[in-house]
Design a binder for this molecule. Structure first.
Ligand code: DON
Length: 423
């Protein structure tokens, strides 16, 4: 059989084709001549498999979608605290190109890194000791994430440069309050070049696979971003990624996202899936009309809304039995995921164990995932059982409890015995 996912994606595009609403962006003259009929969608799974449909090989300029990745880059390079001194994380509720600064603290600064003032500032933070153009550093970083050499679209770049009055005013306002620390014209030019990097929807999902995977690029298995960086980027995407439409987006789609004026939108559901869509006509906020349509349908059809949450499987102890007497061996067969909710349930059940020198075995063969909190609570439970006189052994064939930070020993001899008893 063939998986139905590609068919589903193709259908999705077919269904939204009729929606002809919106306008091409025209403040960048070159974007006004884009083909309004281009339409594409791509999806990456947690393990980095890419599905796509429509004009999935068609290149368009990344524009503001670049802001999310540049933010990640500078946090990795400089540390979050340094970046936060220059750019805040408050939703602005204003248009993406508003010439505004947050005046609520001692020193005015852009409200967030997703609007132009914040993105120009984060771009200025890219360290370029040898005077390499900052945009070139970013192009290389984006190419590493995409898994192929990306290029600048020089006609888009020139076109935006010819009419960059708004971004230049933002640049001068930022220089005036020393948020920018060098010549704003050079920074704006490089920022606009960053926005002109050409991508396809497939490139975009390859790039976001690092955000879906908590900082690890599934294609190479290499850690590119720390957990903290990923969480920060996804947070501002959630609250500010769709500008003054962020509230509507969160209510209706519920996926951390970022849009660009060429018509692209990315969406990242951490630990699950990454999405990218492209259609050039925009609504009044600068977000792709058909792109929003597709994302909303995907979210509804696949239950991807962030706040729907994944309910606990409720039953953590699937079976509990005494498999041998003298010495007594009691086996708890666990199942599902082990996070706070399930760990709390398990520890509550273990409270009923009287003090004794019996052997308690936890069979983790059917545990699919343990998070940090689940691991910590479970190990604490084991320590407490041991303090009460029990011997504790684990059956953990997939090493779900393995954690490099807290290596533990679990009585290998007893493990052998238990295997014999259970077989
Ligand atoms: O700076 C600008 O205005 C453009 N290069 C990018 C703006 C953008 O993509 C806004 N997003 N929807």
């Amino acid at each position: 059989m063939n998986t139905p996912v590609p068919e589903y994606l193709a259908n999705l595009l077919y269904n939204c084709k009729a929606n002809g609403g919106g306008q091409l962006a025209d403040y960048i003259p070159e974007l006004a001549s884009a083909d309004p009929n281009k339409l594409a969608v791509a999806l990456t799974t947690l393990d980095g498999l890419v599905y796509s449909a429509g004009d999935d090989e068609y290149e368009f300029s990344i524009q503001s979608i670049s802001k999310a990745f540049t933010y990640a880059y500078v946090i990795e390079e400089l540390g979050l605290d340094t970046v936060l001194k220059k750019v805040g994380v408050e939703p602005s509720g204003e248009a993406f190109n508003e010439i505004s600064l947050d005046q609520s603290e001692d020193r005015p600064k852009p409200k967030n890194p997703m609007i132009n003032s914040g993105a120009i500032t984060t771009h200025s933070l890219i360290a370029n000791a040898d005077n390499t153009c900052r945009a070139e550093i970013i192009r290389k970083f984006f190419s590493e994430l995409a898994g192929r050499e990306l290029s600048f679209d020089m006609s888009i770049f020139q076109s935006e440069m010819n009419t960059a009055y708004r971004n230049l005013s933002i640049g001068y306002s930022l220089r005036n309050v020393s948020i920018l620390e060098s010549d704003p014209t050079e920074i704006i030019e490089s920022y606009i070049k960053q926005c002109s990097i050409n991508v396809t929807v497939k490139d975009l999902v390859n790039m976001i696979s690092v955000l879906v995977n908590d900082g690890i690029l599934p294609r190479t298995g290499e850690r590119i971003l720390s957990h903290k960086t990923v969480r920060q980027v996804l947070t501002v995407m959630t609250t500010c990624g769709m500008y003054d439409a962020a509230g509507d987006w969160l209510a209706n789609v519920g996926i951390p996202a970022k849009s660009g004026v060429a018509g692209g939108i990315i969406g990242v559901l951490p630990g699950q899936v990454g999405l990218a869509v492209f259609s050039p006509k925009l609504d009044g906020h600068g977000n792709s009309v058909r792109g929003i349509d597709i994302m909303q349908q995907l979210s509804n059809d696949m239950g991807l809304h962030l706040l729907e949450g994944v309910p606990s499987s409720r039953v953590i102890v699937h079976d509990q039995s005494v498999v041998r007497t003298k010495p007594e061996v009691k086996v708890y067969k666990l199942q599902g995921v082990l996070q706070f909710t399930e760990a709390e349930r398990l520890l509550r059940i273990l409270q009923d164990e009287d003090k004794s020198d019996n052997i308690i075995v936890f069979d983790l063969s059917h545990i699919s995932l343990v998070n940090d909190v689940g691991r910590r609570m479970f190990l604490d439970g084991i320590d407490r059982l041991r303090a009460d006189g029990h011997d504790v052994a684990l059956i953990d064939p997939d090493l779900v409890l393995r954690d490099a930070k807290t290596p533990r020993k679990f009585v290998p001899k007893i493990y052998q015995d238990i295997q014999e008893v259970l077989n």
